[in-house]
Design a protein around this ligand. Structure first.
Ligand code: IPM
Ligand code: MN
Length: 360
């Protein structure tokens, strides 16, 4: 199989971790007789520096011409003078939102599970951790508040600003279907998140999810208010299988879900739309404080590459080979700094990649 992959390494640790994923994909290509080619393009602070905008049109065109997109991370430090005073639409984050919309990637899957070898890293009480944690946040990615009308004005000399949450029935239907289909392949339980006790958009969300649920009588559906979900995630995370949310609620809850696994450096994600062309990225950010020191954990990006093989290229065996190699390296006791615990062997990011490549 021949596949062409656009690589948006981005900022901070982005280039180090995408290098890791590329090395792993090259090894897979060698072993299974596939040809993966890579094309690096700019997005984020690096693109702002080179072109004045976070996502040049050329990058969008090249992503559309590729079979799939691998993304590192975008964004600078809180006080980065290169982005500090930029208007919202020229910030690096705007580039990320724009590429998602340009590629029509409405469905963002963020799996959060405890890796058995890292169970000790879970920050929850031991009896909670022992019940396990294996959930997927299905986040609607190109609607809601992050894409709604926004603005500023002034009333009687008092400045104000607003953002709007708007969802149409088809937007909710398609993300709900993704969640129910996924649940069918898992433990057959969907929890739908809303704030239907207050928000009209949430009431439409809830009605629509219930209508779609009729097509999936074999899947159990639970409604949960978003504030209660934030609490339930730390109280009893084992109750969740597939969690379907709006863009903004999913943004917030997926960080919480990732944190309770204790290993945000391990978690991958996929974003897909109507075609097989997806965007695959680690859940964590650009970590400018450790960039260029070979400290970053490449595993989340390497596991994102595995998701690309499975979900965009229909190569489940190759995807599993990567996941098995990662588990093997962890079982052997190798750890990057972020997941280090007593008695384990600390390795640099590039050494972690090498160990994984050797075990494929
Ligand atoms: C994420 C990030 C982005 C988001 C930002 C950087 C625009 O927080 O992928 O979760 O809010 O979607
Ligand atoms: Mn986020």
């Amino acid at each position: 199989m021949k596949k062409h992959i656009a690589v948006l390494a981005g900022d901070g640790i982005g280039p180090e971790i995408t290098d890791g994923a590329i090395a792993v994909l090259n090894k897979i290509g060698e072993k299974y007789g596939h040809e993966f080619t890579f094309e690096h393009r700019l997005m984020g602070v690096c693109a702002i520096e080179a072109t004045g905008e976070p996502l040049p049109q050329h990058t969008i065109d090249r992503c559309l011409a590729s079979d799939s997109v691998l993304l590192g991370a975008v964004g600078g430090a809180v006080n980065d003078p290169r982005i500090n005073n930029l208007p919202g639409h020229l910030r690096p984050e705007a580039g990320l939102l724009k590429i998602r919309a340009a590629l029509g990637l409405y469905s963002n899957l963020r799996p959060a599970k405890l890796f058995p070898a890292l169970a000790g890293a879970c920050p929850l009480r031991r009896d909670l951790a022992e019940r396990g944690l294996d959930l997927v946040v299905v986040r609607e990615l190109i609607g809601g508040t992050y894409f709604g009308e926004r603005g500023r004005g002034e009333e009687n000399g008092v400045p104000y600003a607003y953002d709007t949450e708007k969802y149409s029935v088809p937007e909710v239907e398609r993300i709900a279907r993704i969640a129910f289909e996924l649940a069918r392949k898992r433990r057959k339980h969907v929890t739908s998140i809303d704030k239907a006790n207050v928000l009209e958009s949430s009431r439409l969300w809830r009605e629509t999810v219930h209508a779609v649920a009729k097509e999936y009588p074999d899947v159990e559906l639970t409604d949960m208010l978003v504030d209660n979900t934030a609490m339930q995630l730390v109280k009893n995370p084992a109750q969740f299988d597939v969690v379907v949310t709006s863009n903004i609620f999913g943004d917030i809850l997926s960080d919480e879900a990732a944190m309770i696994t204790g290993s945000i450096g391990m978690l991958a994600s996929s974003s897909l739309g109507a075609t097989k062309r997806g965007l695959y990225e680690p859940i964590h950010g650009s970590a400018p404080d450790i960039a260029g020191k070979d400290l970053a954990n490449p595993i989340a990006t390497i596991l994102s590459a595995a998701m690309m093989l499975r979900d965009s290229f229909d190569l489940p065996e190759e995807a599993k080979a990567i996941e098995d190699a990662v588990n093997k390296v962890l079982d052997e006791g190798y750890r990057t700094a972020d997941i280090l615990s007593e008695g384990k062997t600390q390795v640099k990011g590039s050494e972690m990649t090498k160990l994984i490549v050797e075990r494929i």
